[in-house]
Design a binder for this molecule. Structure first.
Ligand code: NAD
Ligand code: UGA
Length: 333
């Protein structure tokens, strides 16, 4: 089996690629190292992959490169590349979101249909829902993105649908819900909270902290991708992939307080444009069609992320109190 994983240097793409590699004749990874966070972190994500003989990395921009030759002979595309992040997508930054999330997706779909790719998996997002009319949201709920980022992710999904409907390309869009765990992007909440908690630095909570997310551990997202490469699916399918660990930001901080050495220094700042009040998914379709259910709960999942940060921060933390605590499981549902 020949796989193409885009966004392979990223938080999710690198872990999807690592899990597919043992079953791959060849796995081609694509990344252009966007500047959303330092290249050094993306190089760290690639470290395990680079040592494997059936892995190769192409440093190209999907929005500009000639893709025909790259996709030729590929069986399965896992399109994880994109410009993520809800809050920076306003203003002048928007055109980059369009290039990386819409133009790049259309160019890759075009190459995939010409090459006769057997399955095209697209990394979609809970941000397509916006503030939903009712919860939990099923895939049939009317998408009403609340941020420019969400608009671009929905456009990518609709492109997958159009290529499926017109050309029979076997696309599947996986709507991930706020993914966390080892290697999480440095702009995301848990990454910031854990690093600040370990260093005794200030945590900024946007708005009341009562906003709820259906947090999803990266291991569950990876497993959904692996299952989606082979499952029997109608072309153009859309599936929610959510962790089943609904919690608000304040309760996450209560849980984190038991896992880090210093007391948390929390400051309250303004609500951010684009931030929805709640995400909460119905995942019956993923269960039915992929045989997928989430397996990592928030307590164990957050502990896995804290362990990853502690390893990274070891030199900084050396000499401080080494607080090993038991998590307080009562603070999250
Ligand atoms: P990430 O930034 O860590 O990884 C994305 C990677 O894609 C980066 O390494 C970047 O350099 C690469 N990339 C971007 N545009 C490219 C282009 N035009 N050509 C080649 N490479 C390009 O982000 P992530 O958190 O791993 O997100 C991966 C995907 O999942 C994104 O599409 C994102 O929209 C989606 N998603 C993420 C989350 C989440 O919570 N992390 C939730 C929902 C959806
Ligand atoms: C995340 C990803 O960043 C998006 O790329 C993705 O598409 C989206 O999930 C999704 O599920 O579709 P978000 O839910 O904003 O977006 O994830 P975090 O950055 O982890 O934020 C979670 C919550 O913490 C938000 O309500 C945010 O306002 C809050 N937060 C974040 C803070 O209070 N302080 C911070 O410093 C960062």
């Amino acid at each position: 089996m020949r796989y193409l994983v885009t966004g392979v240097a990223g938080f999710i793409g690198s872990q999807v690629a690592e899990h597919l590699l043992p079953r791959a004749t060849e796995l081609i990874g694509v990344d252009c190292f966007t500047a959303n966070y330092p290249r050094a972190a993306k190089e760290d994500n690639l470290r395990q992959l680079r040592s494997k003989p059936n892995f190769s990395l192409l440093e190209i921009d999907l929005g500009a490169a000639d893709l025909a030759e790259i996709v030729s002979g590929v069986d399965v595309v896992l399109h994880q590349a994109g410009l993520p992040g809800v809050r920076p997508s306003w203003g002048r930054g928007f055109s980059e979101y369009v290039t990386h999330n819409v133009v790049a997706t259309q160019r890759l779909l075009e190459a995939a249909r010409n090459a006769g790719v057997r399955r095209f998996v697209y990394a979609s997002s809970s941000s397509v829902y916006g503030n939903a009319a009712s919860y939990p949201t099923s895939e049939e709920a009317l998408p009403r993105p609340f941020s420019p980022y969400g608009v671009t992710k929905l456009a990518g999904e609709h492109l997958c649908g159009a290529y499926a409907a017109n050309y029979g390309l076997s696309t599947v869009s996986l709507r991930y819900f706020t993914v966390y765990g080892p290697r999480q992007r440095p702009d995301m909440a848990f990454h910031r909270f854990v690093e600040a908690g370990c260093r005794g630095a200030q945590i900024k909570v946007y708005g009341s902290g009562e906003q709820v997310r259906d947090f999803t551990h990266v291991d569950d997202v990876v497993r959904a991708n692996v299952l989606a490469t082979e499952a029997d699916l109608p072309p153009g399918k859309v599936l929610n992939i959510a962790g089943g660990s609904r919690a608000n930001v304040n309760s996450v901080l209560n849980l984190l307080a038991g896992l880090v050495p210093s007391p948390l220094q929390v400051a309250r700042v303004d609500h951010q444009a684009g931030d929805v009040e709640e995400t909460w998914a119905r995942c019956d379709e993923a269960r039915r069609l992929l045989g997928w259910t989430p397996t990592v709960d928030l307590v164990d999942g957050l502990a896995s992320q804290v362990a990853w940060h502690r390893t990274r921060l070891e030199p900084v933390l050396a000499g401080r109190t080494n607080g090993e605590h038991e998590p307080d499981r009562s603070v999250v549902p």
